[in-house]
Design a protein around this ligand. Structure first.
Ligand SMILES: NC(=O)c1ccc[n+]([C@@H]2O[C@H](COP(=O)([O-])OP(=O)(O)OC[C@H]3O[C@@H](n4cnc5c(N)ncnc54)[C@H](OP(=O)(O)O)[C@@H]3O)[C@@H](O)[C@H]2O)c1
Length: 294
């Protein structure tokens, strides 16, 4: 099986490269500067010329706060770029897997969000990603939209790496304790994407395989819970204990609003694909081990 993945340095793209190599799947990445979602014709040409089985759009404008002042750029990348990739895949008769986000929801529901719950983004990034979901669906009937959340990995910039960096110099860190979600390992996402791609290749005409699915780590946490678990794991590698002071979202103002409830119900993915990601704590341990292990 051969996958074409956008983004070379992104967390999910790097995880796809690593897990593809480990499982004998050829993963070719299309990244900047040669391939830019702002100029999607180059990527479309590459999709047209490649001999891939599935196209995965893992590249995106992901600067959530900066997006508030760059809405046009966020739309061009996350809506127009995503749509162009899905269309290029459709022209070749290939399915597309599009990564999306919990930020399509406003977070006011008091249970984990299901795929068909009403969307209502509360920030520019979420609006652009939702527009991307719609552009992908319009361009390519064989699409799988995977909404994920709170992604971390040994690669790139993420909450785990930020906490480990802060913990080097601080005895305690203030962390938001009134937003709920499910920390999700990019390596687990990559394994799920590979399993989904295999199914799409094996049964391309099965309509139940297409549509929107939620894909997050099992279990739930607040950012403060997540931070506590990170510092606790870090102690195994000789790091000194770091306190976590729970604070409210209102005590940590950001340019973009975040949903209070980012929990996603993953029952549909489990039912259709038989995929359930490991508990987030189980996947956090090897990530911290890679970052701090000697
Ligand atoms: N991170 C999260 O917590 C989170 C949560 C929910 C959903 N998601 C979604 O999951 C997917 C993967 O996220 P991630 O964490 O892997 O993101 P990431 O680490 O921020 O990587 C984003 C990738 O997109 C690329 N990119 C950005 N603008 C581009 C452009 N104009 N042209 C081509 N490539 C461009 C970046 O390229 P450079 O390397 O050149 O900068 C980078 O490789 C995205 O769709 C994201 O929206 C992420």
């Amino acid at each position: 099986m051969r996958l074409l993945v956008t983004g070379t340095q992104g967390q999910v793209a790097r995880a796809m490269i690593e897990r593809g190599a480990a499982t004998g799947v050829a993963v070719e990445t299309l990244g900047r500067p040669a391939y830019d979602l702002l100029e999607p014709s180059g990527i479309a040409q590459a999709i047209g010329a490649a001999c891939a089985d599935v196209v995965v759009n893992a590249a995106a404008y992901t600067a959530v706060d900066k997006a508030e002042s760059e809405p046009d750029l966020a739309m061009r990348v996350n809506r127009d770029g995503a749509g162009a990739i899905a269309q290029a895949a459709a022209k070749r008769g290939l399915p597309v897997i599009q990564l999306s986000t919990d930020y399509v929801f406003d977070g006011t529901l008091e249970r984990p969000y299901r795929e068909d719950d009403p969307v209502a983004p509360i920030n520019v990034y979420g609006g652009a990603k939702l527009a991307g979901e719609r552009a992908v669906a319009a361009a390519n009937p064989t699409h799988v939209v995977l909404r994920t959340a709170w992604v971390y990995s040994p690669f790139g910039a993420n909450f785990v790496k930020t906490m480990l960096r802060l913990g080097e110099t601080r005895a305690a860190v203030n962390v938001v304790a009134d937003q709920w979600g499910s920390p999700t390992s990019a390596l687990d996402i990559a394994d799920a994407v590979l399993a989904i791609a295999r199914r799409l290749r094996a049964a391309p005409r099965d309509p139940s395989l297409y549509g929107v699915f939620h894909l997050v780590g099992s279990g739930e946490a607040t950012w403060a819970d997540f931070a506590k678990a990170i510092f606790s794991e870090a102690e195994r590698y000789g790091r000194k204990p770091v306190g976590v002071v729970p604070i409210a979202t209102s005590d940590y103002p950001t340019l973009a609003r975040r949903p209070a409830n980012s929990r996603l119900d993953t029952a549909k993915l489990q039912k259709i694909y038989g995929i359930r990601l490991p508990d987030w704590r189980a996947s956090l341990a090897p990530c911290v081990a890679r970052l701090l292990g000697r």
